[in-house]
Design a protein around this ligand. Structure first.
Ligand SMILES: Cc1cc2nc3c(=O)[nH]c(=O)nc-3n(C[C@H](O)[C@H](O)[C@H](O)COP(=O)(O)OP(=O)(O)OC[C@H]3O[C@@H](n4cnc5c(N)ncnc54)[C@H](O)[C@@H]3O)c2cc1C
Length: 458
């Protein structure tokens, strides 16, 4: 079958809306999910007892609820989450580049919630890990025997001076780290291609969701302008707070080459301090180490189109509960102090934490969540049975870096920063961008999220 024919068929499939039956067909077609793996997910069972409270019903929380529900004979699970909608956040980058429509990336939260679990539609404001209870905004205190801590990340927009969540898009300053923000970015990106000028793309100095996302939107903007015939009207620049563009050695050389081929210069060790959206200027700080001193040099750059990444942290209530790391690199932003292999809290052994909030040295992605869920669920059940947690997570995460409309560098790796393949592309060279990985990203991963992961099957 020709490349574009397969893409057309997949597009048609997507448009019709995919039900569960089609989901399994689609996954089997791609070799992504076998009957054996679904059977394996169901095979385990336990008669352990205890009241489980899950804070946060995103990728990690709902997947945990689904797994625990199917593995426990008599599950007693309460999930607390205030949202009406479940978002497939990896789709935000594809909204911002016009590949997805906004309505493609969300479903009603009530349709994603596993049956037979108690959903309290509320926000948690405090956790008392000594007395085993959580406080909610509107439903008082809720006791637990075991806690699953999965409230994701807090996006701290106000830490960029001159920006608030509500002013996103003003003065051509955009961010895809938000559903509306992604939609505004797509409008801004198309306008930028007409007006031309200077495009600035930045990441941030804290750990952030999908470290590849700021790089993807930069490369997609570059290709969009080539497709429109306006590449010579735009000057694109990437600024990173890190000392290198990407720190997984297997993928870094090709990524650097791509930036060079596309004529997008990379500036290292720079942080965004603020944005003057009226003057269209970014205020940066360059951080250099001279001897054992850090030297901070401020500078200002004009822009016509800005894509920035807000600083991120664990939610305030997690920091205030004393659940975060108290020392080391993960302490500053309050990431939860769990064992990086078992995902069990280091002080409170009746708490597991996974997903973006977990303080573990890997990438914050839903691909990582997919691998963490069975480990955390089995270990929690062991704890409920009075046994030691023995399942070990190897740090697997994936970041499909979209390098243009049609290709993806499928970065998959573990704690050791070694390349690790979990998709059936063994006959291809994953150190290079692939069309097959584009198909995976655009057509397969979203149904895998909504129908596979959130049902505890993938
Ligand atoms: C722009 C962008 C691009 C991305 N690209 C990719 C990608 O290509 N590949 C990939 O694998 N991942 C990607 N991700 C990352 C991925 O979406 C996250 O890693 C994943 O969603 C983390 O799951 P989580 O359950 O920890 O958090 P979330 O899915 O964010 O869920 C957190 C849940 O907790 C709830 N919550 C928050 N506070 C409270 C509270 N106080 N009380 C109760 N509930 C609360 C929220 O309502 C939410 O439902 C991307 C993310 C973004 C934003």
């Amino acid at each position: 079958m020709m490349k574009h024919e397969l893409e057309d068929q997949l597009k048609a499939f997507e448009k019709k809306g995919i039900d569960r039956r089609h989901f399994f067909k689609l996954m089997a077609m791609a070799g992504l999910l076998t009957a054996a793996s679904t059977q394996k997910a169901k095979a385990f069972s336990s008669n352990a007892k205890g009241k489980i409270v899950i804070i946060g019903g995103g990728a990690a929380g709902i997947s945990m609820a689904a797994r625990l529900k199917s593995w426990l004979d008599k599950p007693d699970i309460t999930l607390i989450d205030p949202s009406d909608r479940q978002f497939y956040q990896p789709g935000f980058t594809l909204i911002a580049s016009g590949v997805y429509q906004p309505n493609d990336v969300w479903k009603k939260q009530e349709d994603c919630m596993p049956s037979d679990i108690k959903w309290i539609k509320d926000s948690v404001t405090a956790v008392d890990p000594v007395w085993n209870q959580v406080t909610t905004q509107n439903n008082g205190k809720i006791a637990y025997d075991f806690l699953v801590l999965t409230p994701g990340i807090q996006t701290n927009w106000e830490k960029v001076e001159g920006i608030t969540h509500d002013t996103l898009g003003q003065g051509n300053a955009y961010s895809i780290y938000d559903f509306e923000g992604a939609q505004k970015t797509w409008k801004g990106l198309q306008e930028f291609s007409k007006t031309g000028g200077r495009g600035i793309f930045t990441d941030t100095y804290t750990k952030h969701k999908c470290g590849g996302a700021p790089k993807k939107i930069c490369l997609l903007t570059e290709h969009y302008n080539r497709k429109q015939g306006t590449r010579d009207k735009v000057d694109l620049n990437y600024y990173t707070a890190s000392k290198e563009l990407y720190d997984i050695p297997y993928f870094t050389p090709r990524l650097l080459e791509i930036y060079k081929e596309r004529n997008v210069p990379i500036n290292l060790n720079v942080r965004v301090k603020g944005v003057d959206t009226s003057a269209k200027q970014v205020h940066f700080e360059k951080i250099e180490t001279v001897g054992d001193q850090k030297v901070y040099t401020p500078f200002v750059e004009d822009y016509d189109f800005l894509h920035f990444t807000p600083p991120m942290s664990a939610p305030d209530f997690v920091k205030e509960a004393g659940l975060g790391w108290t020392e080391g690199k993960l302490a500053a932003d309050g990431w939860v102090m769990v064992d990086k292999e078992t995902l069990v809290h280091k002080t409170y052994p009746n708490i597991v934490s996974l997903g973006d909030v977990a303080g573990i040295p890997t990438s914050k992605t839903s691909a990582a969540v997919r691998k963490q869920v069975p480990i955390a669920a089995k270990n929690l059940i062991s704890l409920m049975e009075g046994k030691e947690p023995v399942e070990k997570y190897d740090g697997y995460a994936a970041c499909p870096i979209v390098t243009d409309y049609g290709h993806v560098l499928l970065c998959e790796f573990n704690y050791k920063k070694e390349q690790e393949s979990s998709f059936p592309f063994s006959m291809m060279n994953p150190s290079k961008e692939l069309w097959a990985a584009w198909l995976l990203k655009v057509y397969f991963l979203k149904p895998m999220y909504f129908y596979g992961m959130l049902n505890g099957w993938a």
